[in-house]
Design a protein around this ligand. Structure first.
Ligand SMILES: *Cc1c(COP(=O)(O)O)cnc(C)c1O
Length: 290
């Protein structure tokens, strides 16, 4: 169902019904609905109940969510250059387990350009079978250095923190969230009732320079999505929530006070930074130190 993650029980039941399943495909962070799926748990269920490989679309999870391919026994993980790696589109990356490589070796489906066997062979010489997008590989080199400097674990933590701040900010404005459990890469939010959605997105885009994508298919006019994947920091989030407040106020949504969302965002950051924050005057003292 759109907006929620598949459960391990559901996967187990399907595997019991279909004994000949060869591969289970799962999207780790589902970008169109903002849903996170626990692939670690699913991999256990897949391996306990079948000989299938588990293939993970990690396109918006790589760089946003904790992911240990070998430890979690994931067979295939895929990502793209244009998401957590922060560079333009044009490169894709695929990693395979030994078990998946055995399937590649045995596969007799016709293939030429997308031959993983050819790619693996070329890789032994640090090369690719065909001419790759060289400019993007140079960009990737810089992106990977940035990732190394910040530290992958720190990057995961940053995404957790920024996504939590966006959710808390939206809730404080009175907006309802879509997508459960939520992804750390993107937050899907219901449009509030009774506003001109097009006008709201226009104000955000042309007045405040913030583009939020709508939903897809039947969710097109129901949700909008705020990205916080890759090159984002705390002040970007303060900015987006602040702009959201202004744009909503401008289109007549008045179930909040300006600053409610921003305050909630700052409170999340303060908790992470273990900063003691005073809110609402001197008598109301909030300690965020644990
Ligand atoms: C972006 C994305 C893709 C790839 O789609 P493109 O059209 O190549 O951008 C696939 N899966 C997920 C989860 C994505 O976020």
């Amino acid at each position: 169902e759109w907006g929620r993650a598949v459960t391990p029980e559901e996967v187990r039941d399907e595997l019991k019904k279909h004994r000949d399943v060869k591969a289970v495909f799962v999207t780790h962070s589902e970008t169109s609905t903002g849903v996170f799926t626990d692939v670690k748990e699913l991999a256990e269920v897949v391996h306990e109940n079948s000989d299938a490989v588990i293939v993970v679309d990690g396109i918006t999870s790589v760089g946003a969510h904790e992911l240990y391919m070998d430890d979690w026994k994931l067979d295939v993980v895929i990502t793209g250059s244009q998401k957590g790696l922060m560079i333009p589109p044009g490169l894709s990356f695929i990693a395979l387990s030994e078990k998946a490589w055995e399937m590649v070796e045995k596969s007799n489906l016709p293939k030429y350009y997308f031959s993983l066997k050819k790619a693996r062979k070329a890789l032994q010489n640090g090369d690719t079978p065909w001419t790759p997008a060289i400019a993007l590989i140079v960009a990737l080199d810089v992106a990977l250095k940035m990732i190394k400097d910040e530290g992958l674990e720190n990057i995961w933590k940053r995404h957790e923190k920024l996504s939590k701040a966006v959710r808390e900010g939206c809730k404080a404005i009175g907006l309802k969230l879509f997508g459960n459990p939520p992804s750390h890469a993107v937050t899907a939010v219901y449009f509030p009732d009774g506003i001109d959605k097009k006008e709201f997105q226009k104000v955000l885009k042309y007045k405040y320079g913030i583009t939020v994508a709508g939903g897809q298919e039947h969710l097109k006019d129901k949700i909008f999505r705020i990205s916080h994947l890759g090159y984002y920091d705390e002040i970007d989030i303060v900015g987006v929530i602040s702009a959201l407040e202004m744009a909503l106020a401008e289109v007549g949504f008045d179930e909040f006070k300006l600053g409610d969302g921003v305050k909630a965002v700052q409170k999340v950051f303060a908790e992470y930074e273990k900063i003691e924050v005073k809110q609402g005057g001197n008598d109301e003292f909030l300690s965020c130190c644990h």
